[in-house]
Design a protein around this ligand. Structure first.
Ligand code: TYM
Length: 354
């Protein structure tokens, strides 16, 4: 399919910590599948990450590691625009404009804001509150048709649509309304130790979260210790058997089997056997990605070149939308601004022209 006919996808993941099995199953695996048929923009949202305090060196390392993992997972940087959010200034600029079309009450209802502000009670900053506006800007800048996400981001996507509709209502058709793409299996991978909570790096339970760069022995140990229930049957029922059902979803995704297949395979066998099989399937799914990401991380120049290329391609589309928005808002057309290379040829205020 020629690019002009292809629909557009945008998605992103925060670089606030190591990528988890949850974000792989809920998001990245679908990004890879969809990349063949769509024009794709996949970013590493470092600006979202600073809504929670980050150590600068760790953030930089996590951001480049995440880029290596995107590529190692199968995203071809020649085909998809893989980029770092802070490299494309239009994200912050559109976020400001959209913030003026987003209501205080709407942002206050966001579940992620409530959860994160409870967890970071000493740092409930304005960025944490306006976070969904930046996410709306990420999506709307690219006129995305589809946004592959896990279940927990659905509310943010609904807000994105509401804000886009409000803006379109005032200024005429400006933004395309994006649809969420939420997988049927694996949209909400739960913590292995506390299966009532979403798996996340910041979750408090130790051994509850598996990361893409974890060593095989760590992964096997985490699954061996995973919480199940007092029964003995491998049956899918997230309400009454949350631990087992979560493991079944993970196994189904990693082995390519259906949930009924998984029930049949483990019928009459104990949880011990089942948990071992899940651990092994996860290890084999993640192994090639970890090894390739480790290899790519040795070549920082390559990673920097890939994300620079990605940012240039992203900026081309993003700037076009931003220009349209500024025009609709009534801003005077923006002149071309000097680049860093022109610095010596332009006089500072108060200096004579060069
Ligand atoms: P983030 O960084 O928390 O998670 C990245 C993606 O992974 C999915 N995910 C999960 N899916 C299933 N089970 C889990 N346990 C799990 N944990 C994470 C998330 O749903 C998400 O799709 N606000 C976003 C990042 C973002 C974004 C965007 C996403 C910023 N701008 C634009 C899409 C489009 C976030 O915090 O996701």
């Amino acid at each position: 399919m020629a690019n002009a006919e292809k629909k557009t996808i945008l998605s992103g993941i925060q670089s606030s910590g190591a990528l988890t099995l949850g974000s792989y199953i809920g998001a990245i695996r679908n990004w890879v599948e969809l990349a063949e048929d769509y024009s794709c923009y996949y970013c590493i949202v470092d600006m979202h990450a600073i809504t929670v305090r980050q150590d600068p060196e760790t953030l930089r390392r996590n951001t480049l590691t995440q880029l290596a993992q995107y590529i190692a997972a199968g995203l071809d940087p020649e085909k998809c625009a893989l980029f770092i959010q802070s490299h494309v200034p239009a994200h912050a600029e559109l976020a400001w404009a959209l913030g003026c079309y987003t209501m205080f009450g709407e942002l206050g209802r966001m579940i992620q804001f409530k959860e994160k502000s409870a967890k970071n009670a000493d740092n409930v900053n304005a960025g944490l509150f306006t976070y969904p506006v930046l996410m709306a800007a990420d999506i709307l800048l690219y006129q995305a048709d589809l946004v592959p996400i896990g279940e927990d981001q659905k509310q943010h996507l609904e807000l994105t649509r509401d804000v886009a509709q409000r803006f379109n209502g005032v200024y005429g058709e400006t933004f395309k309304l994006p649809e969420p793409y939420i997988p049927k299996i694996g949209a909400r991978i739960m913590d292995l130790q506390a299966p009532e909570n979403k798996m996340s790096k910041s979750s408090s339970s130790s051994g509850g979260c598996v990361c893409l760069m974890d060593k095989p022995e760590e992964i096997l140990r985490a699954f061996k210790r995973a919480v199940t229930d007092s029964g003995a049957q491998v049956r899918f029922n997230p309400e009454s058997k949350p631990g087992v059902s979560n493991l079944m979803e993970i196994y189904a995704v990693c082995s390519g089997k259906t949930l009924p297949d998984v029930e049949r395979e483990f019928s009459g066998r104990g949880y011990g056997d089942f948990k071992k099989a899940v651990g092994e399937a996860v290890v084999e799914t993640l192994r090639p990605m970890r090894e390739e990401a480790e290899r790519l991380l040795e070549d920082r120049a390559y990673l920097e070149k890939m994300c620079a290329d990605g940012a240039r391609r992203a900026a081309l589309t993003a700037d076009k939308t931003l220009r349209l928005v500024y025009e609709k808002l009534g801003f005077v057309a923006k002149p071309a601004l000097p680049s860093e290379a022109d610095a010596n040829t332009i006089a500072k205020p108060g200096e004579a022209a060069i």
